[in-house]
Design a protein around this ligand. Structure first.
Ligand code: UDP
Length: 428
């Protein structure tokens, strides 16, 4: 089965007025090129996960820019499809092992059915973006008449993938005209043939409830309703309770900063925790122990009895905190970094992965290698409001320049143009 998701129309002007003039110019130029073309984004889930969130904002914006853009979601007949693709996802990020013949048969079989349905459905577009490994074999299975130009967008980290699986999957990329990945470092190393690679880092939607401007008093009220003393300073990390997000290190950093600022409070916000994630529960237990009943450490993980929606709470704590932290020891991109920076707050980030792309150390935030450095930066910032304001302003500006969703749309249009040239197809 394949479903088309319908969206209400977005107001492009509301986005454009937030952008630097050159981005607006580039985007309107690129959109103009595509006026007569049509674009399809296809992925494997309507809701949940970063890709769904990005498409949820990008597709309406693309239509608002005058490009006929659709979003399709597959729903495979065999429920085991997603068990297999979850294994594929983990293996591409480095998990060991091999898929069984049965698993491969489920993967290819489901996509073969879906390709047949798409070809028969009459759905067609000039340019197709196939998102993530779940859909990788689909381009090879579809008729060229249905999907003329094809791009595979891989949102995951392919720096140390399982070699057995790469040998089996990478040959499938030759059905694509171009590959798109999030960071240079995440590009697949071994692509057969000469399929080009385009880099398009993720971006946030500045108009989404999580990121749109929240009045200070509302943010303070939500913080209060969560049990935080809104008259005392607060430092927050918004993250799942996950080993790589280093919540223990955040607590250590807070303790160090608290020596200089005794009234400091800490919030660790992990509401997006999957209830059925046993690893997350273990991390939470260990972090709770590490917090040692400190009344100024607030751990949020239960989605029940909350005073506001998840998105409002994320927004409120980012808006209300004096300093934000994302002390990851490994991070694909780290949307929370751009989300926090967009609120005009100084962000202290682990010196790893995609965080390094977002924060320019000492200018639009700080990069740290350990909890001691993080603690020192928190203390320094809390003592200097002017420094907080300057770093926060630079942070917001950096996100405005580089990490808002219209820039990603522009990247996708540039990639589409390049792919059309490879496919020998024109759309303007
Ligand atoms: N998030 C949320 N509520 C929470 C914690 C996190 O909505 O309590 C969101 C956060 O705002 C961000 C996403 O989950 O949009 C996490 O994305 P990120 O790239 O930072 O990390 P990931 O969880 O994908 O490793």
């Amino acid at each position: 089965m394949i479903d088309i998701i319908e969206y209400p129309t977005a107001d492009a002007d509301l986005y454009l007025e937030l952008l630097p003039p050159e981005t607006t110019e580039q985007l309107t130029g690129a959109a103009e090129q595509f006026r007569n073309g049509s674009v399809m984004h296809i992925n494997s889930t309507a809701y949940g996960g970063g890709v769904a969130e990005i498409l949820h904002s990008l597709v309406p914006l693309s239509n608002a820019m005058g490009i006929d853009t659709q979003r399709a979601v597959i729903s495979p007949r065999d429920v085991r499809f997603f068990d297999v693709t979850k294994r594929i996802h983990n293996m591409l990020q480095g998990a060991e092992g091999e898929l069984t013949d049965d698993e491969l048969a489920i993967y290819y079989g489901c996509l073969d059915d879906i390709a047949g349905e798409i070809d028969e459905s009459g759905l067609s577009a000039d340019v197709w973006f196939f998102h993530d490994p779940q859909l990788l074999p689909l381009a090879r299975l579809l008729d060229r008449k249905t999907a003329g130009t094809r791009l595979w967008v891989v949102h995951i980290d392919l720096t140390a993938p399982n070699p057995w699986l790469m040998d089996r999957l990478m040959p499938l990329t030759d059905a694509y005209d171009l590959l798109v990945c999030s960071l240079d470092a995440y590009a697949p190393r071994k692509v057969p043939g000469d399929v080009g690679i385009f880099v398009a880092p993720p971006a946030i939607d500045p108009l989404a409830p999580k990121n749109s401007a929240m009045p200070r008093h509302k943010a303070a009220d939500i913080a209060k309703a969560l049990g935080i003393d809104s008259s005392r300073p607060l430092v927050t990390q918004v993250s799942r309770f996950d080993v790589w997000k280093d919540p223990w290190g955040v607590i250590d950093a807070y303790r160090l900063a608290k020596q200089a600022h005794p009234d400091l409070q800490l919030a660790l916000l992990g509401l997006s925790q999957a209830n059925d994630d046993p690893e997350g529960e273990q991390v939470l237990r260990s972090v709770t122990e590490h917090a040692n009943s400190d009344p100024d450490i607030h751990l949020f993980f239960s989605p029940e009895n909350l005073p506001a929606t998840n998105d409002e709470i994320v927004n409120a704590l980012q808006t209300h905190s004096q300093v934000l932290v994302q002390k990851s020891t490994r991070e694909g991109f780290g949307l929370t970094v751009s989300e926090g920076m967009w609120k005009g707050k100084p962000m202290i980030g682990g010196n790893v992965g995609g965080i390094r792309l977002q924060i320019v150390d000492g200018e639009s935030g700080y990069l740290v290698d350990n909890a001691r450095q993080a603690g020192e930066r928190i203390a320094e910032l809390l003592a200097d409001q002017e420094l907080c304001a300057t770093i926060g302003r630079n942070a917001r500006d950096r996100v405005r320049q580089r990490f808002l969703i219209p820039r990603l749309l522009n990247d996708y249009l540039q990639a589409a143009e390049r792919a059309c040239a490879v496919a020998g197809q024109g759309v303007s």
